[in-house]
Each structure stands twice: as structure tokens, then as C-alpha cells.
Design a protein around this ligand. Structure first.
Ligand SMILES: O=P(O)(O)OC[C@H]1O[C@H](OP(=O)(O)OP(=O)(O)O)[C@H](O)[C@@H]1O
Ligand SMILES: Nc1ncnc2[nH]cnc12
Length: 219
């Protein structure tokens, strides 16, 4: 989310959203600081503010598809889709969707997994937004982007509520693509003002052309 660009700089909603997210140490295994958005969902104002912030950003972008990543992308995606007049497409874990699917495997901070999407849910040329609660390595979002691009959709942006401070995207953003102000600006704002709230633009071509392991493994 571009706090300065869209007038969110200093917005008190951001701090309240951040504070509503519980951090659980050593879950699901030692060393992981688990960012628990279920406490955000319990806080009606913080939950609504989170959705509203995304809706304000995406309502005029001509987005026809909001693709939510199982499971936690399902908690934010449908509300955003309804509010911006888009359809919601679930990107599910393996063997959950009953119809014909396409699949994309990826590596997680604590394991490996796979996302699937129904064939025919998204048409070539559609403008898509990917929603999830959190980006850690970016592997999940990379898989989501791949699924959508494989069926000819254009991924306009990916939006997450939480960006982990150790995310390798910081490196990607500041060092690998120093000329890309968009990235630099986004993440500068995230770290200074947004804390746990980010949104970032997909630029799969650039991700691919630089061998950043966290992104390239899913490509
Ligand atoms: O950026 P990454 O390293 O790919 O990690 C981020 C993903 O990990 C979490 O989901 P998880 O796979 O744990 O599944 P869940 O939502 O079903 O618990 C989170 O909700 C993201 O989808
Ligand atoms: N630290 C974390 N907290 C919550 N979900 C995650 N998914 C990957 N890393 C995570």
C-alpha cells in the first residue's frame, strides 16, 4: 500500500491494524514468529479498516478477478471482491477443488505446498488482484501469479496485510533493483509507516530476470 501516494501517511488505522495482529512465537515450529490474523478478525473496526484500505486502492483499477490464497486469503478476498465489483476465485491447496484444475508447486518458510485453480474460472485478458494475509518468502504469491498468468490473466497487483521484516523482498527491492522506485518506495513506506501492512505490484518479468531464490523457485 502506498501510504504517501494515497493519503494514508500517519493514518491511525494502520497502527491499530498492526496492533490487532497477534504474534505467537515458535508456531508451528521452533523459530517461527507466527503472525496470527485471527485476532484482527475479532476486532470489527480493525478488520473493516483493513478491507476498506484495500478497497479504496483497488476500486478503480478495472480489476475483474480477486484471487484469494487458501486459507487466509479467503478471509479478506471475498469482501474486497464484492466491494470492487469483481469475482472471487479461490486458489486452493491440492485436492480440494472438484473440477478440472491447473496446479503450481511452491516452497514455504516451513515446508512445501501446491496451489490449484479451476480451469475456466479466469479468462484470458482478465485483470487480477491476488490477496493473501502475509508474504514471507514470496513463494506462495509467485505460485498464485503463475497460475493466473498461465491462463492468460494480467496480475495487476498482489496485496497482503503483513510483510515479514526478514522477507528477502527487502533485498530484492533495495539492492537488486535500485532504479525501480516503485519497489523501493513501497517497501520504504511499509517499513517506516505501515509496519505490517503492505501491498506490492507484481512484476513477474523482473522477478524472473534476477535470480532471487525466494522468487525463482516457484517459476
Ligand atoms: O510468502 P510465503 O513464504 O510463501 O508464505 C506465505 C504464506 O504462508 C501462509 O500460508 P500457509 O501456507 O501457512 O497456509 P494456511 O493459510 O493454510 O495456514 C500465509 O497465509 C501465506 O499464504
Ligand atoms: N511467520 C509466519 N506467520 C504466519 N504465517 C506465515 N506463513 C509463513 N510464515 C508465516
Amino acid at each position: 500500500m502506498f501510504a504517501a501516494e494515497n493519503g494514508l501517511k500517519g493514518d491511525p488505522r494502520l497502527q491499530a491494524i498492526s496492533q490487532a495482529i497477534r504474534v505467537v512465537p515458535h508456531f508451528p515450529k521452533p523459530g517461527i514468529m507466527f503472525q496470527d490474523i485471527t485476532t484482527l478478525l475479532l476486532d470489527h473496526k480493525a478488520f473493516k479498516d483493513t478491507v476498506d484500505i484495500f478497497v479504496d486502492r483497488y476500486r478503480d483499477m478495472g480489476i475483474s478477478v480477486v484471487a484469494g490464497v487458501e486459507a487466509r486469503g479467503f478471509m479478506f478476498g471475498p469482501s474486497i471482491a464484492l466491494a470492487i465489483g469483481a469475482k472471487f476465485v479461490p486458489l486452493r491447496k491440492p485436492r480440494k477443488l472438484p473440477g478440472e484444475v491447473i496446479s503450481e508447486a511452491y516452497v514455504l518458510e516451513y515446508g512445501t505446498d501446491c496451489l490449484e485453480m479451476h480451469v475456466g474460472a479466469v479468462q484470458p485478458g482478465e485483470r487480477a488482484l491476488v490477496i493473501d494475509d502475509l508474504v514471507a518468502t514470496g513463494g506462495t504469491l509467485s505460485a498464485a501469479i503463475s497460475l493466473l498468468e498461465r491462463v492468460g490473466a494480467e496480475v495487476i497487483e498482489c496485496a497482503c496485510v503483513i510483510g515479514l521484516p526478514e522477507v528477502k523482498l527487502n533485498y530484492f527491492c533495495f539492492d537488486v533493483l535500485p532504479g525501480q522506485c516503485y519497489w523501493k518506495w513501497t517497501f520504504g513506506i511499509r517499513m517506516m509507516l505501515f509496519d505490517k501492512c503492505i501491498s506490492f505490484r507484481d512484476n513477474a518479468g523482473l522477478m524472473e530476470s534476477h535470480s532471487i531464490s525466494s522468487w525463482s523457485h516457484a517459476k
